[in-house]
Design a protein around this ligand. Structure first.
Ligand SMILES: Cc1cc2nc3c(=O)[nH]c(=O)nc-3n(C[C@H](O)[C@H](O)[C@H](O)COP(=O)(O)O)c2cc1C
Length: 352
């Protein structure tokens, strides 16, 4: 499918999707992006059903009649054994102690995916996207019946084909350059660290549905490059994270402003699932446990209070500073201006 037909289907002007960013996006960011003719998204992985409804309402009020998307983590609520949790807490205790805190077991490991999914159906956003797993054909059909365009996230061609088989309308092909969590749900994480260039090229060759390129795309030239590989649109996270409308605090902003591509790594020490972020003290201190922390979402929940304490004190050393390899190219400008600039850059790139 071409860019033009995807834009018509999504009712947007520019082939640009603001990547959902759980914990860091805001309704104001999504509304500004959608209002500027691109597609704003809400990362709802950690939003409760009530918070999902509230966020969607805010976007609808701030960008009336404009399309927007909501994104969920496809997750099963875990039931970790006590010994695993105890070991993880012991390792985190010295870090918590620096804030005068003791680590504990949180009230819940994660939001209930079933409840989030039913809320999504009732909110019926124009776009519903998913990562960390895959839906059944029946779930996709229910979203279609509600009127949502369905996007599945893939880190390999096999994952992209699996999404096409269950009826997804488009696949977001996420290269290893991308900031935040890897969406890998089939096969080995390391084998799934495929760069945006080959991943998008092969997906575009093999799939019948449109491919949305994600990972390391920071300007209009990169958008044009992704289109020349066969992508119908792009999804950009790190670029929009730097906008003043995102939810990150000054410590995170400063870390982004001084980071270069060599400062990011993929780690599972924060959450139990590999994610790309800027190297900091917490990443270095826990590096020895890289292969021995509980799976997502358990480790994510166990480190949550520590990261919130660091954020409250404006400290970047104990935050998860998710950002992609393009971080040095991020521009700290309002989201409307960023969309307009990107649109101009795409036109310039097309002119040669
Ligand atoms: C802070 C942050 C949080 C993210 N959270 C989510 C999320 O909740 N769901 C999702 O599908 N992708 C998430 N991503 C991935 C982005 O939506 C996007 O695909 C990715 O950032 C693209 O790569 P880039 O950062 O190089 O632009 C996140 C990325 C970042 C940087």
């Amino acid at each position: 499918m071409t860019t033009a037909s995807l834009l018509a289907q999504l009712n947007i002007k520019h082939p640009i999707i603001q990547g959902p960013m759980t914990g860091s996006d805001t309704p104001a960011l999504a509304a500004a992006v959608s209002g500027a003719g691109a597609l704003g998204m809400l990362g709802c992985g950690m939003r409760s059903p009530a918070a999902m409804a509230e966020a969607a309402e805010k976007v609808r009020a701030a960008a009336p009649g404009r399309p927007f998307g909501m994104n969920l983590f496809v997750l099963k609520t875990p039931s970790p054994d006590e010994a695993t949790v105890k070991k993880a807490l012991q390792r985190l205790a010295p870090l918590y102690a620096e804030f005068g805190l003791e680590p504990g077991v949180p009230a819940q490991w994660c939001e209930d995916f079933g409840a989030q999914f039913e809320t999504l159906l009732s909110l019926a956003p124009p776009v519903a996207s998913f990562t960390f797993g895959i839906l059944s054909r029946e779930q996709v059909e229910r979203l279609h019946a509600a009127g949502s365009f369905v996007i599945g996230t893939a880190t390999t061609v096999a994952e992209a084909e699996a999404w096409e088989r269950v009826g997804a309308d488009a696949v977001c092909a996420s290269g290893m350059e991308a900031g935040g969590h890897r969406g890998t749900f089939l096969g080995d994480f390391h084998a799934s660290m495929i760069g945006t260039l080959p991943l998008v090229s092969e997906c575009a060759q093999r799939l019948g549905v449109p491919v949305i390129a994600a990972g390391g795309i920071m300007n209009g030239r990169a958008i044009a490059a992704a289109q020349s590989l066969g992508a119908a649109a792009v999804q950009m996270g790190t670029a929009f994270l730097a906008c003043p409308e995102s939810g990150i605090g000054p410590a995170y902003r400063n870390a982004m402003a001084t980071a270069s591509a060599t400062d990011t790594r993929c780690t599972r020490i924060f959450s139990g699932r590999y994610a790309r972020g800027i190297v900091n003290t917490m990443m270095e201190k826990l590096a020895e446990f890289e292969h021995d922390v509980p799976e997502y979402p358990v480790q994510n929940a166990l480190t949550g209070a520590l990261r919130r304490a660091a954020a409250a004190q404006g400290r970047a050393d104990y935050l998860s500073l998710w950002a992609g390899q393009g971080v040095a190219l991020a521009r700290a400008i309002p989201a409307t201006e960023l969309v307009e600039t990107l649109a101009r850059e795409i036109r310039d790139a097309a002119r040669g």
